[in-house]
Design a protein around this ligand. Structure first.
Ligand code: VG1
Ligand code: CO
Length: 566
């Protein structure tokens, strides 16, 4: 096969956000936009690797353009000195699986074709994430360097004759490439196999089998894969490995290129179908995943909602139910800054360190590599541990089932017991999605100005709703210095902390593909048991009303209601 050099024009807007580059699918398909980004990645890889030929993993969440994109990457890898590519069968590999395969097969990194929780299809979004050799998302040093190259590229390199590769049949292939001294290798792998093996090394599958269909009677659960990548993993793990078909009802487990119109984001708004299914009270436990399988939503009987912040705290408090942690021990815990402090209380009680990092899984990687933390999570439905370097939806579900098998067969009771021990952190997030125009940026600019001038310090406010008083004890623009490599990240969200420990956070999303999305996070802590059963929305309404007033959100965005509340 010969290598062809094709001219390309540089783009100015290929800067990866919180988690990879996300744009409308059509943007990626047109004008070699996708090829441009991939070429910049290969150039960067070859620059850092010097003369060493790289081995990489490629997979995706099955959305529109994943299979075509996989084929393009094969052609480009051959022409860019890549030694070997592990390619997911049919292009399908969840993000946690990619992380697992990178680690297991010792590759130099991986490429994930996904826009994660964004909707898919020709009229929706596509995306690309790069992972490094520890299995985690590329840190900013890497993505910035790739971004610099995207703005200067003049050519892309590919082997156009490398076509008709059968992505459906497992096996190894080698190809002679003109001008290369070594052949180019491809191995089509079944990522479910590698992943299942890992899960079996972490959890006690017999115990979970026993919970679901054992001597105490059936424990019916419902799993909804929202037509994303998780279908094959769900069927294999619950029906085959756990042999619990009788107790596990599954939905949307067939992967579709447009996710069947689902917005594959597991929250109360977009995974409404699961919420409805649970309301009838026939299932003890329910879970949903996002498009690429790294997020999870956990529900108890009748739709009892476990906030991701509480989910992290409960798992952290019960890690002794999971064989992996018995074997490897538990180092510290970590959460993203906007995530509530529920896990901090578990850390204090268990005398473990607690790290607070900016939003985005890439910030947990160094902490896990250095054995500073074992478990971490984000309020955005992400939970995970150091078994890999991505958040992991299935891992969270199996962790929860392990707790249910060992502690109590009721999700709600587990939560109440947790609150009784630690108190309850009420949390909510309001999203104002896809706002056109400069309003959101101007709103954040103004808040940044208020931080710099320290305008609000010691100021007391009365909330527009509920007449509650709050006094500001800290207002800052969150910044972070990585304790391992010293890298510094700034402007990670405006934080206002009040004297009673309540908190407001404002930031702009870095994962949207159109317009700007404002996120407003609010949390407060209660240790009066009479409040534990209260509705989080009701409890936080005064604080939220104050947030809207301080930020003048309606004036800046034109919105009087959020698109999503979690
Ligand atoms: C969002 C979440 C963040 C998460 C990121 C990627 O980012 O808030 O916690 O790590 O998505 O998740 P942002 O910048 O839009 O707030 V995934 O599952 O989409 O890769
Ligand atoms: Co995701």
């Amino acid at each position: 096969h010969t290598i062809e050099t094709r001219p390309t024009k540089p783009f100015t807007d290929q800067k990866p956000g919180t988690s990879g580059l996300r744009k409308p699918t059509k943007t990626f398909i047109e004008n070699q936009y996708f090829e441009n980004f991939i070429q910049a990645y290969f150039d960067d890889l070859n620059e850092t690797n010097k003369d060493k030929q790289a081995t990489l993993v490629v997979g995706g969440d099955g959305r529109h353009f994943v299979r075509e994109g996989t084929r393009i990457i094969i052609q480009m890898a051959a022409a860019n000195n890549v030694k070997k590519l592990f390619v997911a069968r049919d292009g399908l590999m969840s993000t946690p699986s990619v992380s697992c395969v990178i680690r297991k097969r010792n590759t130099d990194g991986g490429i994930v074709l996904t826009a994660s929780h964004n909707p898919g299809g020709i009229d929706n979004d596509f995306g690309v994430k790069f992972n490094i050799s520890n299995g985690g998302p590329a840190p900013e040093a890497v993505t910035n360097s790739v971004y610099d190259k995207t703005r200067q590229l003049t050519n892309i390199r590919l082997c156009p004759t490398l076509v008709n590769i059968d992505l459906l049949t497992l096996g190894k292939h080698t190809y002679e490439i003109e001008g290369r001294s070594t052949p180019f290798e491809i191995e089509i792998i079944d990522s479910v196999d590698d992943y299942v093996q890992l899960m079996k090394s972490i959890f006690d599958f017999d115990k979970i089998h026993n919970l679901l269909v054992g001597d105490k009677g059936k424990f019916p659960i419902m799993i909804n894969a929202l037509s994303g990548v998780m279908g094959p993993y769900v069927l294999r793990i619950f029906h085959e490995e756990l042999k619990a078909k009788d107790a596990v009802t599954v939905k949307n487990c067939k992967n579709l290129e447009d996710f069947g119109g689902h917005h594959p984001d597991p929250n109360l708004t977009y995974a409404h179908e699961l919420v409805e299914d649970m309301k009838h009270g026939d299932f003890e436990f329910g879970a949903a995943f996002d498009g690429d399988g790294d997020r999870n939503m956990i529900l108890g009987k009748s739709g009892f909602f476990v906030t991701p912040c509480d989910s992290l705290a409960v798992l952290a408090a019960n890690l002794d139910c999971i064989p992996y942690f018995k074997k490897h021990g538990v180092h510290g815990y970590a959460r993203s800054m906007p995530t509530s402090g529920a896990v901090d209380r578990v850390a204090a009680k268990n005398q473990k360190s607690l790290y607070e990092v900016p939003t985005g899984w890439k910030f947990f990687g160094n902490l896990m590599d250095s054995k500073l933390i074992s478990i971490c999570g984000e309020e955005s439905f992400g939970t995970g541990s150091d078994h890999i370097r991505e958040k992991d939806g299935m891992w969270a579900v199996l962790s929860w089932l392990s707790v249910l098998a060992n502690v109590d067969r009721s999700v709600e009771k587990i939560l109440h017991a947790h609150w009784t021990t630690f108190g309850r952190n009420f949390f909510t997030r309001y999203d104002y999605e896809e706002i056109d125009g400069p309003g959101p940026f101007a709103m954040l600019k103004r808040l940044e100005g208020m931080c710099m001038a320290n305008e609000l310090l010691n100021k007391t406010f009365v909330t527009p709703y509920g007449n509650k008083e709050y006094t500001v004890t800290l207002m800052d623009d969150f910044h972070y210095t990585d304790p391992v490599d010293g890298s510094y990240t700034e402007k990670q969200g405006i934080r206002i902390v009040f004297t009673d420990g309540s908190r407001l956070v404002f930031r702009l999303s870095g994962t949207g593909a159109r317009g700007a999305t404002v996120r407003l996070y609010a949390d407060s802590y209660e240790n009066d048991p009479s409040t534990y059963t209260k509705d989080a929305q009701e409890m936080l309404r005064p604080l939220v009303s104050l947030a809207l007033e301080i930020a003048q959100l309606k004036d800046f965005t034109g919105r009087d209601k959020p698109t999503v509340i979690t």
